[in-house]
Design a binder for this molecule. Structure first.
Ligand SMILES: Cc1ncc(COP(=O)(O)O)c(C=O)c1O
Length: 397
């Protein structure tokens, strides 16, 4: 059948990660591919108790339709959390969203006409590229170095490309794990303010710092109302809840609320109330501390195993938090070509290519260190190093 899809679907591709994740279902596979939190750290008993309280005490409103803006007591809790990250805000500034993925789609709906330029880090989160591609965005990469985005490169790009917004992940970036310094955040904001450039600041990982010191969000500098700040409970409670939030200037937030209403009316009332009860009644700070300690340990184990086993010519980032590190392979290696052997060796990673907006990135791979246990990390990195080692062998003859 010849189905006539909208023109905008022509640029939308199947996510490479989704395809690789299918392979994780095979037995004995050790996956560093997905962006999954450690399942054994989910606060199952506390979420169960919170759910029971919500349904017993407020069953009817928890199952009823509610406002698009979200459950006010939860908005108050997210305002408290955001203030602790340096962002001056109240509950009124918060829109509850379905994960922090949804505000990316809402920003796309609000700002992107076909062919509009969006500035991104390169590499960047591939599901953000997917979200913006639906609106036929044209991507332009901001130059980066090992410390992340180089803000001084922005003025020339802004003048030449007239971008609709800059999309950035300043904390423990996906995929590189790199964090933008306080100085670079200030420079970035000053340039954005000078040009009136909207900044979409995506911060799903900020709470997962296991080393170094906290750096205030770019949004904390936002005197002009140009920064849209997104966060989530996906990495601090559980991603299955699909609860996130966005903070934006009233003019932007009002429009986001209208387009969200057209998208899903509101985020699940029951899930919002469960998250609210969980945050109100249980020690979420102690829980996050456990996650941080565990991810810090897993990063250090992965780093040590990589140092012990990887062949010459491979280097990787040393993130201070989050869930990913980024490997640069020896010159000439194409990580896409390593996939069949990696799958046969029952170890998975994500090849770098899909995180780039241009046809580059063949030399890189993303490794997730939050989902596998320490023992699996030791075994899996051994397998990966063997795969990389065989790629490093000179071809006989
Ligand atoms: C950079 C980034 N933004 C947004 C998301 C979406 O997360 P969620 O919708 O679960 O909050 C993710 C998930 O991995 C991510 O890595």
């Amino acid at each position: 059948m010849d189905i006539q899809f909208a023109q905008r679907m022509s640029g939308v591709r199947v996510s490479a990660v989704r395809e690789i994740l299918k392979a994780t279902e095979q037995p004995d596979v050790i996956s560093f591919a997905g962006g999954l939190p450690a399942p054994e750290l989910f606060p199952v008993d506390d979420v169960l108790a919170a759910t029971e309280r919500v349904l017993r005490e407020t069953g009817a409103p928890a199952l009823q339709y509610s406002t698009t803006e979200g459950f006010t007591p939860l908005r108050e809790q997210f305002a408290d959390i955001s203030r602790a990250r340096g962002i001056g805000c109240t509950a009124d500034d918060i829109l509850i969203t379905t994960g922090s993925q949804q505000p990316l789609d809402l920003a796309g709906k609000l700002f992107i006409d076909a062919g509009d330029c969006i500035l991104t880090e390169s590499p960047t989160y591939l599901a953000a590229l997917q979200a913006f591609r639906v609106y036929q965005a044209r991507f332009v990469a901001v130059p980066t170095d090992e410390l992340g985005l180089i803000p001084e490169a922005l003025p020339a790009l802004i003048e030449r490309e007239r971008p609709k917004f800059l999309y950035t992940i300043p904390n423990f970036q996906n995929p590189t794990g790199v964090t933008l310094s306080a100085d670079r955040r200030r420079t970035l904001y000053a340039i954005a303010a000078r040009y009136g450039l909207i900044v979409v600041e995506d911060d799903p990982y900020g709470a997962l710092r296991y080393a170094g010191t906290h750096i205030p969000a770019i949004k904390s500098l936002d005197t002009e109302g140009i920064v849209i700040y997104n966060s989530t409970v996906s990495k601090t409670i559980a991603p299955g809840l699909r609860i996130g939030w966005t903070i934006a200037a009233p003019e932007i937030r009002r429009r986001m609320t209208i387009v969200k209403q057209a998208t899903d009316i509101h985020t699940s009332t029951l899930d919002q109330r469960i998250v609210h009860r969980y945050l109100a009644d249980f020690d979420s700070a102690a829980h996050i501390e456990r996650i941080r300690a565990s991810y810090g340990e897993r990063f250090r184990i992965m780093d040590a195993c990589l140092r012990e086993t990887m062949p010459e010519g491979y280097v990787w980032t040393h993130p201070e938090g989050g869930m990913f590190l980024w490997v640069t392979c020896r010159e000439g290696v194409n990580t896409q070509d390593l996939m069949p052997e990696a799958m046969a060796s029952k170890v998975l990673f994500v090849p770098g290519r899909d995180f780039f907006t241009s046809d580059t990135g063949q030399r890189y791979m993303r490794l997730n260190f939050s989902n596998a246990t320490p023992d699996q990390i030791r075994i899996g990195i051994g397998r990966l190093a063997a795969v990389c080692g065989s790629a490093a062998q000179p071809v006989a003859g």
